[in-house]
Design a protein around this ligand. Sequence first.
Ligand code: ADP
Length: 198
Amino acid sequence: MNIGLTGGIACGKSTVSRLLASRGAIVIDADILAREVVEPGAPALLEVVRTFGQSVLHEDGTLNRKELGKLVFEDEARRKRLEELLHPAIIQLLQERMAEAERLQPDKLVVADVPLLYEAQMEDLFQEVLVVAADRGVQLERLMTRNGLSREEAEQRINAQMPIEWKKEWADTVIDNSGTPEETERQVEAFWRKKRLA
Ligand code: ADP
């Protein structure tokens, strides 16, 4: 069985992923796949260079993220074009990895950690979606601490995402990570048992 795991920034997706992995789930991290699809030699990187020019490459042929970031920053059309190039490649790789995991270890729970699952309308790729949520104040404090951001910067990042309330509404299961790590672990354990018995 496969599960998509998502939630707001700094709500605790990685924390819950780790707890599931330690119980035996196979975790696939979409952020890592997003880097893989632009590695040297990858077709999506060629497309990015064709669209945005050679300046997005370092001399050694790796992607110059800073330069690409500059080009798409504050240019909605370019940002959209970049997403259109990368999303299909990421989705394809994710589907391949999930299918491979399910084929090789059919009795394992496969969990895909996909921060922008709902924003990218990827819910149909998964049998179920698990949302990790935290109260806004807690989320803000944790984001400021983890990323060394001011309150204003952290608020901007949270506001740039889809409201967590919507994600909670659409989820098959919600884990509330506003409390202590122990409280979260109890919820993960309950979820794990339910899925193991299903
Ligand atoms: P995400 O992957 O959703 O961005 P993380 O799992 O990295 O979120 O959690 C965000 C930050 O909050 C991290 O620094 C993490 O160590 C911390 N954190 C997560 N859950 C808790 C918790 N229950 N209590 C205290 N700190 C937490």
